[in-house]
Write a protein that binds this ligand. Sequence first.
Ligand SMILES: Nc1nc2c(ncn2[C@@H]2O[C@H](COP(=O)(O)OP(=O)(O)OP(=O)(O)O)[C@@H](O)[C@H]2O)c(=O)[nH]1
Length: 334
Amino acid sequence: MTNDTTGHDDGHDLPDFDFDAGADATGPANAADYRSGYVAIVGRPNVGKSTLLNRLVGEKISIVSRKAQTTRHRITGILTDEAKGRQAQFVFVDTPGFQTKYSNALNRAMNRGVTQALNDVDVVVMVVEAGRYGAADQQVVRLLPEGKPVVLVVNKIDRIADKTTLLPFLAELGQARSWAAVVPVSAAKGKQTQELLGEIRKHLPNEGLLFPEDELTDKSERFLAAEYIREKLFRLLGDELPYGATVEIEKFEVEPGKGHQGPLRRIHAAIVVDRDSHKPMVIGKGGETLKRIATEARQDMERLFDGKVYLEVWVKVKSGWTDDDRLLRSLGYE
Ligand SMILES: Nc1nc2c(ncn2[C@@H]2O[C@H](COP(=O)(O)OP(=O)(O)OP(=O)(O)O)[C@@H](O)[C@H]2O)c(=O)[nH]1
């Protein structure tokens, strides 16, 4: 195996979002049976918001294609329910800047931003913990925009042995605000989640799908990163593309973001060619081609992942050993 060329690129131009694209209601013939809309899940830390989202959307959070990602919200997951009579598309979005811990001018300003963001969604799901309703929860309630349908979720009911003790608690919560519905659930055990979706669905305004199914994918980010590089490779080299060239993702790391920045994805990819003489075709004159592949692929990835990407792409030559390894494996040897 040889390696001597690295094309890396860490320029961070902002992706050119088109804020209106991707929100047209189109879809299959029976699209009109669907209700769809944006849903925000809020609540103080540790009440089980992520657990609930994962439970509703499934283990794999769908990544939305580039087109879908061009809306004004940061999408965290999409659930499309195709079951007859309850066809719906729930588009779950993040509420950035949400915090209940400190109170100063900056945080108050940030929280105003939260209220505005919540105003933009169709339904808010507020999560509290069964048997606990304290100052931090009350602060969240204060951020809820007036007139917005808010479904109250009382989570972790699996912890309450005697369910009748919930009744006074539910009565207390009823005083806090007017709720579109109150649904006790166990996100961890998957109890009552269909009921919750049913309540949310009642408030989804749109007829038809916000995102056609073919814009959604459950492929991993790693897979999609390789796809983007492959696509650039094909497009930039065309007929020049060496036979048997492939893309391998050697490293895919997500580093937590600092401050208001989202996570940074650090991706190392190799374009693998069959022989040494193929390398110059991929690298191009003065490294130009490889650099363009890396830059364009990175820009697409940043748009898709909605975050910064550090992408390093290099060209390596497949060694004879690799072929032998494959041959052995295909014969059942490791
Ligand atoms: N018993 C029980 N535990 C739960 C349930 N849902 C979540 N938890 C636990 O509660 C803890 C917090 O869950 P998360 O989903 O991380 O909560 P979160 O609201 O997203 O937390 P932040 O990210 O801090 O805002 C975890 O230990 C979960 O396993 C539930 O229905 N029952």
